[in-house]
Design a protein around this ligand. Structure first.
Ligand SMILES: Cc1ncc(COP(=O)(O)O)c(C=O)c1O
Length: 477
């Protein structure tokens, strides 16, 4: 096959037509298709072939990707995927993301794409309003909450360096003491990874836990801050932990940050969406006082992968941390925000298209209704669990995660642990619905997280039926 030297309209029509047609088929079936096909692993391995001298041509490649690849995909965009915390894609965001790919916009600066730059500025301002964050301040669209935590904590590190008279971005960390980082047992692995990547170390964070669940011991945290005798520290508040959707007391942490002159970073990857509804806004009270805040787009906003947001109140800190300069690049002090000087990436895709489109399409009320629908689904699931004598609810359900296990009674604890572990595996292999296990207060548990706009009450009912069917089979076997 010849290289793609010249625009070939018939080739473009053929490949885009094939993808368009298959996308419609996929979306039509998505509500009913299994999350995972039994042959997914072998279908994926069929792609393990040598690199040919001769290409298959654009349509040949696309057809192979569609025909042979489909069975190896997971319907995580669908209504019955409750593993991890994974949202779907609204129609507006999906189409806008396509459009961003069609236009192949480089979202690094105003020069490379005024539209992508403007949509990023506008989307971040709208999101601040949606979440009740202060209107001033800086922000940056990331690949997800992992990189948003990295971005926010990088700003915190820069602030902390200044407090010691050092510009960390310029001079590095040598000659500085270890940065004190305090959190609860709810600290997410992504924050720990961010600390590792920032040269602060995975062990940097001290967790103050008052029980086996990991709830924050506020008094111990205050004692640790007092012991620092005015030295600056960084607090990480967790707004939405992954086992049961619980929250650190953000307002109390903000009080402590103010009292002891500490930085407050809040990881609200999915939990910040509690702010969109009067039913759940109390859970994130105080987040408006945080110095940096993380939230994901590809989780509860239901925009396609990948997309997250970092909000930092002090805009200068982001610019100091992430600016890059070279004769052929823009002046980092240009008054127009230059995204590549505000976050870790240089070249980046125009994630702002999908975010802007979903916010513009559905507005504040659309976001609120979606969240409230999920709050309802979570309560419906909790009620089904409580009504079932074979299932045991293990934690309150403040948000969108239901933590429970199979426990029909009369089975020794060690056996229950094994059974629930096997149940988690059986659910993934079965594929009709999808949910994984965790360990909550020492107990192996399921923790379905509901964040997909497509999830209906009947999907929740099917989930419980599948869990009970597989668990009963396992217990009998
Ligand atoms: C609380 C929290 N923080 C951070 C992350 C990492 O997010 P991402 O995978 O979008 O980078 C997650 C992912 O589940 C999360 O739940």
């Amino acid at each position: 096959m010849p290289a793609p030297h010249h625009p070939n309209r018939s080739e473009i029509l053929a490949v885009l037509g094939a993808v368009h047609e298959e996308t419609l088929r996929f979306l039509d079936d998505l509500d009913e298709r299994p999350v995972r096909n039994p042959g997914a692993d072998s279908a994926a391995r069929r792609f393990d072939v040598p690199f040919d001298e001769q290409g298959a041509g654009a349509l040949g490649a696309l057809q192979e990707l569609i025909d042979q690849g489909m069975d190896a995909t997971i319907a995580s965009a669908g209504p019955r995927f409750y593993h991890y915390v994974i949202g779907g894609q609204t129609p507006a965001s999906l189409a806008a993301d396509w459009w961003a790919s069609s236009l192949d916009q480089l979202s690094s600066s105003w020069v490379t794409s005024p539209l992508a730059a403007q949509l990023e500025i506008v989307s971040l301002a709208w999101l601040r309003e949606l979440f009740g964050l202060p209107a001033q301040g800086s922000g940056y669209i990331t690949t997800g909450a992992m990189m948003a935590n990295f971005t926010g904590l990088a700003a915190a590190r820069q602030w902390w360096g200044h407090r010691h008279g050092v510009d960390v971005a310029q001079e590095g960390l040598h000659d500085l003491p270890r940065m004190p980082v305090f959190s609860s047992g709810y600290l997410h692995a992504a924050s720990i990874k961010a600390l590792a990547m920032l040269g602060l170390g995975r062990d940097a964070a001290r967790k103050f836990e008052r029980d086996r669940v990991g709830r924050l011991d506020l008094e111990a945290l205050e004692r640790a801050l007092a012991e620092l005798q005015g030295q600056p520290a960084v607090l990480i508040g967790n707004a939405g932990e992954v086992n049961a959707g619980d929250f650190d007391p953000i307002a109390e942490m903000a009080d402590l940050a103010e009292r002891y002159g500490a930085w407050l970073h809040v990881d609200g990857a999915f939990g910040l969406f509690a702010a969109t509804s009067p039913r759940s806004a109390h859970l994130v009270r105080g987040v408006e006082r945080a110095h940096s805040v993380t939230v994901d787009g590809h989780k509860w906003l239901n925009v396609p992968y990948d997309c997250g947001y970092s909000f930092v109140q002090d805009a200068d800190l982001l610019a100091q941390t992430f600016k890059m300069s070279a004769a052929y690049l823009l002046d980092p002090d240009d008054p127009v925000p230059i995204a590549c000087n505000l976050g870790p990436e240089s070249s980046r895709r125009a994630r702002s298209f999908a975010t802007w489109a979903t916010l513009r399409a559905y507005g504040k009320s659309g976001c609120r209704e979606m969240v409230e629908g999920h709050l309802d689904r979570a309560q419906e699931l909790a009620a089904l669990v409580e009504r079932s004598p074979e299932l045991e609810l293990l934690a309150p359900v403040p948000l969108n995660i239901v933590c429970f296990r199979y426990n029909p009674g009369g089975i020794p604890e060690s056996e229950l642990q094994r059974l629930n572990q096997e149940l988690g595996q059986a659910i993934l292999e079965d594929g009709r619905v999808y949910a994984g296990t965790t360990v909550h207060e020492g107990k192996v548990a399921l923790r379905p997280a509901i964040v997909n706009w497509r999830t209906r009450p009947e999907d929740i009912e099917l989930f419980v039926r599948v869990v009970l069917e597989l668990a009963t089979n396992l217990a009998a076997g």
